[in-house]
Design a protein around this ligand. Structure first.
Ligand code: SAM
Length: 236
């Protein structure tokens, strides 16, 4: 774990995403400027600025279970009373929201289980917007297949995500596939960090750097085969 955080501390974000995704979801959700938003599994808070831009007179309650990410996000947002940061478990979120935003983390709970758990935390008319990695093909190449079987054996495709949304008692308002720019917003800072950490890295750190390098290289070589689907959904 120490080696993981050597690579991952103080990065702008912990998964693919860009401000345009948040703006798109807010538009699809018809979000009010005063909206109450939860940023669930916020990591270092890479989406908070865009969420506030979508609801400049609203509030963002951002939470993550990892203390160092919460500390990093708090450092950036402590002066802004429109933001609350909590170290908390996304399975037990408090209060109610116009939008629950979850970028690249719903798989820790599973789509169906997360949507069921969050239903009670949605205000009337509220939505959940979440990005979930998925296959774009029925026949992935060996390299991405091996990578994702190790990282996320339950990974499905857009139809599989839609089925979980329906099973949770929700309907899909709209979906969009995350852009290459969203992926590079995650990978480019990691590329730079890997290059800086390589010289003198011990065995543990080298293993973490190799894994991160393979993840980026695999996406760059096979990005037509998998990606993130962003879904805006609401209870039926
Ligand atoms: C792939 S990262 C995405 C972070 C952030 N949304 C972003 O896009 O930068 C997944 C995040 O989920 C958090 N996480 C995992 N399980 C969690 C849980 N049960 N409750 C809260 N956060 C959790 C991790 O600490 C990590 O920050």
């Amino acid at each position: 774990m120490a080696a993981f955080f050597t690579l991952h501390s103080d990065l702008p974000r912990e998964g693919p995403g860009e401000a345009a995704d948040v703006a798109w979801a807010a538009k699809v959700a018809n979000l009010s400027p005063t909206a109450q938003i939860a940023d669930v599994a916020c990591g270092p808070g890479g989406d908070i600025a865009a969420l506030l831009q979508a609801a400049p007179k609203g509030h963002v309650s951002a939470l993550d279970k990892t203390a160092s990410f919460v500390t990093a996000a708090r450092r950036d947002w402590r002066e802004d009373d429109r933001v609350t940061l909590l170290q908390a478990d996304m399975a037990r979120i408090m209060n109610s929201y116009d939008m629950i935003w979850c970028a690249g983390a719903v798989y820790f709970m599973g789509v169906e289980q997360a949507l069921r758990a969050w239903r009670k935390s949605l205000k009337p008319g509220g939505v959940v917007a979440f990005s979930e990695v998925c296959w774009f093909t029925d026949a992935p190449s060996e390299r991405p297949k091996a990578l994702w079987e190790a990282q996320y054996p339950g990974m499905t495709d857009a139809a599989g995500i839609a089925a979980q949304i329906t099973a949770a008692g929700y309907e899909t308002v709209e979906t969009r596939i995350l852009s290459d720019a969203a992926w590079e917003a995650y990978f480019r800072p990691i590329d730079a960090r890997i290059a800086a950490l390589r010289p003198g890295a011990d065995a543990d750190l080298t293993a973490v750097l190799d894994e991160a390098e393979e993840e980026a290289a695999c996406w760059r070589a096979h990005r037509d085969e998998f990606g993130y689907l962003l879904s805006v959904v609401r209870p039926r």
